[in-house]
Design a protein around this ligand. Structure first.
Ligand SMILES: *Cc1c(COP(=O)(O)O)cnc(C)c1O
Length: 411
């Protein structure tokens, strides 16, 4: 059968992601992969969760094994509201300000449905989080990209582009600014307080929404927590997306949308048509977990583990890369990634072939460009390989860099 002629325009446009293709290689024996973007399974509190799972299935079966409301578990909403108060200083929320989703990914997809038409414009960061890219692409393809710097998106460029759009009469087409404020995926940088304020000021000036995607905020290794845009802005301006994927377990598939009641209501309506409701079982497990345990205390060992692996990677970079002129990397203060940029002229996609032979893997920066342009950067995750593999992997990467650089006359 010829399926092609049956597909919708959207169906026709769907392609396997570059990451999916590249990561196929990473399971070859003896390979070292910095490619994956997932937490270390050893950090999942499996004993606690299995105990709670069996309790809630036995005692709360009429709730957890049943359909639930589209909004999600009110018990989890209570826990979420108190977490946001205690950890982020976000006050005065009630259950109508919160909706749970099947991972933050669903929130991104629902945002895409709610806000974007084919000719809408979304302001995004460059490099661009792939999950958001694929969600937003479902609806439209017009992105305005703002480069990331050491301290987050370049707000001067943001200001200039917004002014241009306004001058061309296009500002009403701009629906939101999408920001990952802490330990960016893939850029690894954190948005400074001054820039948070500037983005809010511009959003107010041009009357734009801000979509704040913050999966990593609690995974801070060092330095002070910076207030979220949600907290800093006037109420209603920012929609905050949160998830338990990076701090508890991605398998639970629990994300949260936090925002103005009217907006949350709209998300609920969009979600009804998507999946009726998220799993009551995993939401109630998370609710009872948060009730019983102190989340911060629970994730302290995880943070320590990631920090020590990050330190190992940074030390290996210093040792192996400091003699490569023009090479630089982000020293992340939290999260799962660093972002490495090779000297001008390098193409990390092309270099992947050499790295593959040396059995070391990363994600080429090209995967994160909105327009599929070659990149001299790459995303590297430090959270999964053991310490000695991190060092060995960096050593192999150095060999790949030298071999590629020499073959191209770049070093
Ligand atoms: C991991 C991640 C998410 C969340 O994914 P889930 O669907 O909640 O598992 C969202 N945004 C970014 C930037 C991420 O890195």
């Amino acid at each position: 059968m010829n399926y092609e002629e049956k597909y919708s325009d959207l169906g026709k446009s769907l392609r396997s992601s570059l990451i999916r293709e590249l990561l196929k290689y990473a399971s070859v024996p003896n390979s070292i992969s910095f490619g994956g973007g997932v937490p270390d399974p050893e950090t999942f509190p499996r004993r606690e969760l299995s105990q709670i799972a069996s309790e809630v299935i036995e005692k709360e079966y009429n709730y957890v094994l049943q359909y639930s409301t589209t909004e999600g578990d009110p018990e989890l909403a209570k826990q979420m509201i108190s977490l946001l108060d205690n950890l982020y200083g976000i006050k005065d929320l009630d259950v109508d300000n919160v909706m749970f989703t099947t991972g933050s990914q669903q929130a991104l997809e629902l945002a895409s449905k709610i806000f974007l038409d084919e000719n809408s414009i979304a302001i995004v960061e460059d490099p661009f989080y792939l999950g958001a890219a694929s969600a937003f692409r479902m609806r439209m393809s017009k992105f305005i990209t703002i480069p990331l710097e050491e301290d987050g998106m370049n707000v001067d460029i943001l200001e200039r582009k917004l002014k241009e759009l306004d001058n061309k009469g296009l500002i009403k087409k701009v629906k939101f600014i999408y920001v990952i404020p802490n330990f960016h995926n893939p850029g690894a940088v954190t948005l400074s307080l001054e820039k948070r304020r500037k983005i809010i000021e511009l959003a107010e000036k041009y009357d734009l929404l801000i979509l704040e995607d913050d999966p990593y905020g609690l995974l801070r290794f060092e330095g002070e927590h910076i207030p979220s845009l949600f907290k800093l802005a006037e109420r209603g301006r920012v929609i905050l997306l949160n998830t338990f994927s990076k701090i508890l377990s991605p398998g639970l598939r629990i994300g949260a949308v936090i925002g103005d009641k009217e907006i949350v209501r709209k998300f609920v309506l969009a979600k009804q048509g998507t999946d009726l409701c998220s799993s009551a079982l995993t939401q109630r497990i998370a609710a009872r977990y948060l009730e019983r345990y102190d989340l911060i205390q629970q994730i302290t060992p995880t943070i320590k583990l990631y920090k020590s692996k990050k330190d190992t990677m940074m030390k290996a970079f210093d040792e192996y890369f400091s003699d490569i002129k023009g090479m630089k990397w982000v020293k992340p203060k939290g999260g799962l990634f660093t972002w490495v940029t090779l000297p001008e002229g390098f193409d990390t996609m092309e270099m992947f072939e050499i790295a593959k032979k040396k059995l070391v893997f990363y994600i080429p920066g090209q995967a994160f460009t909105p327009d599929d342009r070659p990149s001299s950067s790459m995303r590297m995750s430090f959270c999964l390989p053991p310490h000695e593999k991190i060092i060995e992997g960096v050593k192999r990467l150095k060999e790949a860099i030298l071999e590629y650089g020499k073959s191209k006359g770049l070093i």
